[in-house]
Design a protein around this ligand. Sequence first.
Ligand SMILES: Cc1cc2nc3c(=O)[nH]c(=O)nc-3n(C[C@H](O)[C@H](O)[C@H](O)COP(=O)(O)OP(=O)(O)OC[C@H]3O[C@@H](n4cnc5c(N)ncnc54)[C@H](O)[C@@H]3O)c2cc1C
Length: 369
Amino acid sequence: MESCEVLIVGGGPAGSTCARQLQRAGVDVLLLDSRLFPREKTCAGWITPAVLALLELAPDEYGDGRLLQEIRGFRTSFMHGAEIVTRYDDIVSYGIRRLEFDHFLLERSGVRRIVGAPVRVLEQRDGCWVVDGRYRARLIVGAGGHFCPVARLLGAKIGAERIIVAQSAEVALESGSERDCPIRGELAELLFSRDLQGYGWLLRKGSFLNVGFGSMNRVDFVRQMAEFRTLLARRALPVATLRFRGHPYLTYQRDGRRRVGDALLLIGDSAGLASPQSGEGILPAVESALLAAETILGAGGEYQRENLEPYEERLSRRFGCRELPFPIPFRLVPPLGAALLSSPTLVRHLLLNRCFLRRNQRTLPRESP
Ligand SMILES: Cc1cc2nc3c(=O)[nH]c(=O)nc-3n(C[C@H](O)[C@H](O)[C@H](O)COP(=O)(O)OP(=O)(O)OC[C@H]3O[C@@H](n4cnc5c(N)ncnc54)[C@H](O)[C@@H]3O)c2cc1C
């Protein structure tokens, strides 16, 4: 049986970041992922500079041989509404391809890993976890995304949670048609639904186009998605070649999934941490991975639940402030939304700077491993 101190289930941004941090501190880590890398991941592939900073990744280093689209502004509107263009002097976001990004991070982690290995059965034997009867570990980190088997073990009620439903498609623009594409790389487009529960995006990343729609409103999703597709057709975008794929995930709620158990921790989407305002999930995946690594190292090899509880407190301090302080009454949404999306000042400062770019929030301080 192959043994390790910490076994990480899943090699997305959460898993590879946690693995790298622990390995640098001298911990014996093994990572298992069900897929072979490089692998596709349903995502818009939009990150803020804070993500690269936390990953200690210079844009030049990452952009050398991989797609890194600089974003310097946004076009925002309701679907079929008048748009507001907001420009910035600096780079406020980047477009990446998850196929490249996740592969790069996993390779860079240098961690011992087995890919094409779906984790199925987790059992406790003699004070250790045994995974699929083949791997023995003292601690398991669940980084397997929304359907992570470690989250199930911790009692996640998958199917009964309030999820974000989202669908996206990414296509390579045919050479020659790139110049005709009406979407500009440096200006991402955000098109909000009337209920403000979701938005569509049009993101040009070099010679790739990524479009999609995500919403908290499951009931009206099919209708809103159809409205979004109609809009794409009107913009002369290659709708026929778009293959939409969907994936659910969770926004952070203090009383969401149980994220800690005896010798068990959840990070990233498996812990349900995406931003309730924007649906951004990569930054929380990386942040939670670093907070988990800090907690694991602090536990000094004693992984009982009470020694891992500080992780839950760290998450709450970091993500608790992202919850809305109070629910907005349903009848007030249309007038508030209309006021918000018709004011260039509110769009820049409230919607973009605060909710999407988090320019008011300090980057998570990094503990050295
Ligand atoms: C349509 C859509 C668009 C999005 N756009 C953005 C965006 O632009 N920006 C942003 O910040 N966030 C975005 N998100 C959210 C973002 O994709 C996730 O929050 C992020 O991928 C979470 O990273 P993770 O490492 O936790 O999980 P994942 O990236 O999902 O990685 C989980 C890994 O676990 C593996 N795995 C799963 N089950 C098992 C198993 N049983 N055994 C072994 N391995 C397993 C998977 O193969 C996968 O490699 C989007 C989500 C969707 C659905």
